[in-house]
Design a binder for this molecule. Structure first.
Ligand code: TRH
Length: 380
């Protein structure tokens, strides 16, 4: 008889944007591909999913994608058996009937809340702690993180090797960029821009346009395009658009598949990222980056920003630390970027080296999917 696979249910509500589905889709694939788990991924809105995985049929109640059993989490929930491991992503509320199904199991499932990523100190104390109970089913907190004592970061096996191969192959990079219609001038620095609306953009673009080094800026279609349009003085920007202003070439890209987005980050010298998943992927790219953090009520996101900055910059020289911190703070406050950008450019070699060291340091942690599996095994 074939060995029974451990069954996992991952629940994802798409609150906004792409991070919720981006993280859960990545995790689901990895649990299947690297840990041989049987995974159902329940998603309440398949449209965001389709953007990063065009094979998704947004009308299908059930479909198999890369070995993951993708289920539409419909408002009228149809009863199913509960899995062995249940993950509620980002504190989403499970259907009542499913909670009952968990409680009815002879052996209750392991129920976990996969939380938001934060570099704050308290995360270490809370990771793995019991949370609420439903009948006899205990829920646990599972916190991703950057330090020992947290659940780590999502990182697929062989990711850094694949990245290195790509970065060491000018042909692979050229072929990838050409596939997106990008013809990189040999002396231009390549920058990707993925951000929320941001009033700081204008002064950063001004700085790049008047710089002595040419810049080719690649902007996947999304929320920042309005600010780009205003600066360029054009309307209706869409994928394929290309505009030159002084030393700056601005090119709009289509929103690419999730794995292609990785390659875009690997190909660029500097990446502006946002949210949670692209923020982590920029770190795996091993290149300097700029984070536009997701805004939260009462500015609690600013504590998260500072916590990450202090961890990320701890081994930098004082001037380099001040430069990159100043740039990040200005970006997140919507303030002028030009001086910060010029100062940051002065410390480029140190920042480049640091991005690689940081990446390797982070990769020495157990990855999040493996940590979840270990948590389950220890719980059994
Ligand atoms: O889209 P985000 O801002 O998402 C989130 C959500 O808003 C969420 O509610 C919030 O809690 C969280 O941020 C902090 O940013 P994120 O997390 O980087 O997700 C973007 C995903 O989209 C990521 O998986 C990469 C993917 N992507 C592509 O697949 N192709 C693309 O072209 C681009 C630009 C991104």
């Amino acid at each position: 008889m074939p060995e029974m696979k451990t069954r996992w249910d991952i629940f994802c509500t798409v609150v906004d944007n792409y991070g919720d589905i981006g993280v859960t889709w990545r995790l689901a694939r990895q649990l299947v591909a690297e840990h041989g788990m049987a995974v159902r991924l329940w998603v309440d809105d398949l449209r965001a999913f389709e953007r990063m995985c065009p094979e998704i049929d947004i009308h299908a109640a059930q479909q198999c994608q890369l070995g993951v059993d993708v289920r539409h989490w419909a408002a009228d929930w149809q009863p199913v058996d509960a899995a062995d491991v249940v993950i509620a992503a980002f504190a989403c509320q499970l259907p009542g009937a499913y909670m009952e199904a968990m409680a009815e199991r002879e052996k209750p499932p392991l129920w976990m809340n996969l939380d938001y990523l934060s570099a704050e100190d308290w995360v270490i104390g809370c990771h793995g702690l019991p949370s609420v109970k439903y009948k006899q089913v205990q829920k646990f907190f599972f916190f991703p993180g950057f330090r020992k004592g947290t659940g780590g970061l999502l990182r697929e096996s062989g990711l850094l090797e694949r990245r290195l191969q790509f970065q060491q192959s000018p042909q692979a990079q050229q072929a990838f960029l050409q596939g997106l219609g990008v013809d990189r001038a040999p002396d231009a620095q390549l920058i990707s821009l993925f951000a929320y609306e941001n009033t700081a953009l204008e002064s950063w673009l001004d700085a790049m346009a008047s710089d002595s080094t040419p810049t080719h800026l690649l902007v996947p279609e999304g929320r920042i395009l309005g600010d780009v349009e205003r600066w360029l003085g054009v309307n209706g920007l869409e994928a394929g658009a290309l505009h030159v202003r002084g030393a700056l070439t601005v090119q709009v890209l289509p929103f690419v598949r999730q794995d292609q987005y990785d390659q875009l980050l690997w190909a660029c010298d500097f990446n502006a990222v946002r949210g949670e998943d692209s923020f982590v992927r920029a770190q795996w790219a091993g290149r300097p980056f700029l984070w536009h953090i997701y805004q939260q009520e009462e500015d609690v996101h600013l504590d998260k920003l500072e916590a990450f900055l202090s961890l990320y910059t701890k081994d930098l020289s004082e001037p380099a630390r001040a430069a990159i911190s100043g740039l990040w703070r200005a970006w997140n406050a919507g303030e002028k970027m030009a001086d910060h950008w010029q100062t940051t450019r002065k410390h480029w070699p140190e920042l480049e080296k640091h991005a690689q060291t940081w990446c390797l340091e982070q990769a020495s942690q157990t990855d999040l999917a493996t940590a979840l599996v270990q948590f389950y095994v220890n719980w059994l």
